[in-house]
Write a protein of this length. Structure first.
Length: 300
């Protein structure tokens, strides 16, 4: 008699998880990109991770501007620009302004597999050779603000020689921006939703807006000047366009003088010697009606 057979499915492996995702691995030999778990599992916006993975998969020389990324993704310019800013703040993306051999200045974008990597490294090592030791993480350079003494308050040579180098290089915190200027910049997004500025960008533009306000320009005039005839697509951050439009300060409004030149002199009021009626005349005498009556009586 034949052995009994069962149609029931075989029991799952003892080591397989009972819940969650189960990976079905396929060894890829072409058309794949290596992504670090720190980037793929980054907490926060899914758009940021998607933009980072897409940029990592592109060959060198591909445009990764905001309009180019908007053509690939369904998200708009605001979400794409926010994702690029987050990647730049995290150290995965860096923009540099470099001069080409022809003398033109262009912005080059570097994307790092590891944050704050070295873009000037050599070619990729041989995959069949021994693995290279991991490179140390390069810290990001922090800007140093050095105090500058104005000419009117120059320090004497004796005091300058006695001061230590540590005191001379003490960073000075930047002054708080003008609240009126910050309010004008923050209100630009109501006119054009693309004009979203960060706190650092607003602090950069606030002194120029404050100079426009000091010159007598109203906040509505400054807003109209900054939002008029903007391009359909921004190739860079909007702070560059706004800084260019605020580069020149308008002339201040001239002060009003109490007695402008060429103003006609007011003729004083006088009482007529004949009828005591008030009339304007440079010299005392009789009014026009009394003079006309005197002429009629003399003619009659």
């Amino acid at each position: 008699m034949a052995d009994p057979q069962s149609n029931a499915p075989s029991r799952a492996d003892a080591g397989a998880p009972t819940s969650g995702v189960i990976h079905v691995r396929t060894r890829l030999t072409a058309d794949f990109t290596v992504i670090s778990n720190a980037l793929a599992q980054r907490r926060g916006s899914a758009v940021t991770v998607g933009v980072a993975v897409y940029i990592s998969s592109l060959p060198d020389g591909t445009l990764v501007t905001i309009p180019a990324l908007c053509k690939h993704f369904s998200e708009g310019e605001i979400l794409i620009s926010r994702a690029l800013r987050e990647l730049e703040a995290a150290g995965y993306l860096e923009r540099r302004r470099e001069r080409t051999p022809t003398g033109h200045v262009r912005t080059r974008t570097y994307f790092y597999d590891v944050p704050c990597g070295d873009p000037d490294s050599g070619p990729d090592p041989d995959p069949d050779g021994p693995p290279e030791p991991p490179r140390p993480r390069r810290p990001r350079k922090q800007p140093v603000v050095v105090a500058v003494t104005p000419p009117s308050a120059a320090v004497p040579e004796t005091a300058r020689a006695s001061s230590s180098p540590a005191e001379a290089e003490t960073p000075v915190p930047p002054a708080d921006p003008d609240p009126r200027a910050v309010a004008v910049l923050a209100g630009l997004r109501r006119i054009d939703p693309r004009l979203v500025l960060s706190e650092r960008e607003a602090a950069r533009l606030a002194p120029a807006v404050a100079r426009w306000l000091a010159a007598g320009m109203l906040p509505t005039h400054i807003t109209d000047h900054l939002t008029a005839r903007l391009p359909d697509y921004f190739l860079t951050r909007p702070v560059g366009i706004l800084a260019y439009r605020l580069k020149e300060t308008p002339l201040p409004v001239p002060a009003r003088s109490e007695e402008p030149a060429g103003h006609p002199m007011v003729v004083p009021l006088r009482n007529c010697d004949g009828c005591d009626r008030a009339f304007r005349s440079a010299e005392p005498g009789r009014c026009r009606g009394c003079r006309a009556g005197d002429q009629l009586r003399a003619a009659g």
